[in-house]
Design a protein around this ligand. Structure first.
Ligand SMILES: *Cc1c(COP(=O)(O)O)cnc(C)c1O
Length: 387
């Protein structure tokens, strides 16, 4: 099915709601029935039919169909956050005594889930450099049940070879999960390489306007049913109909937003890579990226995230640069209209779970949808302030 058909038509039975062009927000927690027998019948299929909105809600149902089709999987689930989706996917796969292999710099709360929360329940995790398939092979133990991937990750953008890791995992009967938030389903489909479960933070590109927090899980019908009947219904981290509708609205412009973000990013990249005050720029689709060939093999060019290393260790100068930027708002997250900056210096001196091995001259930029000339001029004047 064409992307446009999925985004505009799939799941939208308009004749059921006055032929409205935009889908309805079914803001109801529960749905009623004419007879006891009808209620009994519907209770039996409460995961796929309106009964109670923790299980199935018609607005969320439209979104689930589209997301599954975009990710080339049979079904999908939508959660209150990306972290909720990741936790449900992981917890469905492991039990006490099981072992997980995870790439070494995943999203911070994925790290916390595996190494702190699940460690409490007797699950162990080995963190590895995922750029080499041999490292996965070497880390496999008798009790390894799960391999967790994030390619590229959202801070340093290391990639994993989806095809090779998936093949290895299948030969050992190990489940694979891939966090695909960076690429979105338009630029990478892990399921095409045999990855079992694909997860997303929908708070980023999928919704696309920095106005909600949500998560997505895509997998086979069998897996989705199992996760739904267990973690999803029990932990109950569901999305509300209004947020689901905002994602439906965001999806309508996802292709055009991603296109502009990439065009802007390539222009900014070109400027930054040549600038004498920048030590290094990391971006998956930079020709300087050592994993450029792998990126081209398994992803379509995409992304507005890039990390720069300033050519100074002086924290005052680094802060002057960041404080001088006008268009790059100082904020976490990414995927909306606004360009953003996340200086790693904000994680230093922190006593909490946010401890980082990354140096203070590292700043993650998100290139948004503003005119790229404004962004380049903004970076130029801020770099000139580093004296
Ligand atoms: C933001 C993010 C998450 C977490 O998603 P939330 O919606 O914030 O819970 C997970 N993985 C990646 C790569 C992210 O960028």
């Amino acid at each position: 099915m064409e992307i446009s058909d999925i985004i505009t038509h799939l799941g939208e039975n308009r004749e059921e709601y006055y032929n409205s062009v935009s889908p309805p927000i079914m803001q109801s927690s529960n749905f009623c029935f004419k007879t006891v027998d009808e209620m009994r019948q519907c209770l039996q299929k409460e995961f796929e039919h309106p009964f109670y909105s923790r299980g199935y809600n018609p607005t969320v149902g439209i979104l689930r169909k589209k997301l599954a089709a975009l990710e080339h999987t049979e079904d999908s689930l939508v959660f209150a956050s990306g972290s909720a989706a990741i936790a449900a996917a992981v917890m469905n796969e492991v039990q006490q005594g099981d072992h997980v292999i995870c790439i070494k710099s995943p999203y911070s709360w994925t790290n916390y889930l595996l190494n702190t929360l699940l460690a409490k329940y007797g699950v162990t995790t080995t963190m590895i450099d995922g750029t080499k398939v041999e490292n996965f092979e070497a880390a496999i133990q008798e009790n390894t049940k799960l391999i967790f991937l994030e390619t590229p990750n959202s801070m340093t953008f290391e990639l994993q070879d989806l095809e090779a890791v998936s093949k290895l995992a299948k030969s050992k009967n190990i489940t694979t999960i891939c966090d695909n938030s960076y690429s979105t389903p338009l630029c990478q489909n892990p399921a095409d390489y045999g990855i079992d479960i694909t997860v997303h933070s929908a708070s980023k590109y999928l919704s696309g306007h920095s106005d909600l927090v949500a998560g997505v899980l895509c997998a086979s019908k069998k897996r989705v049913e199992n996760i739904m009947a267990n973690e999803f219904m029990t932990l109950g981290g569901i999305i509300g109909p209004f947020e689901a509708w905002l994602i439906l609205r965001g999806l309508r412009t996802l292709p055009i937003r991603l296109k502009t973000v990439l065009e802007n990013s390539m222009k900014v990249l070109d400027f930054l890579e040549k600038h004498p005050k920048i030590e290094k720029v990391v971006f998956p689709f930079s020709e300087k990226n050592p994993q450029y060939e792998l990126a081209k093999k398994q992803m379509k060019p995409c992304g507005g995230l890039m990390t720069i290393y300033l050519k100074t260790d002086d924290i005052k100068k680094i802060e002057t640069f960041s404080n001088s930027l006008n268009y790059f708002l100082l904020a976490c997250s990414w995927g909306g209209y606004e360009s953003l900056q996340f200086p790693i210096a904000t994680l230093h001196d922190s006593k909490s779970y946010h401890k980082t091995p990354h140096p203070a001259n590292m700043i993650r930029l998100y290139i948004g949808l503003e005119d790229p000339h404004l962004l380049i001029n903004d970076l130029k004047q801020a770099l000139e302030k580093i004296k």
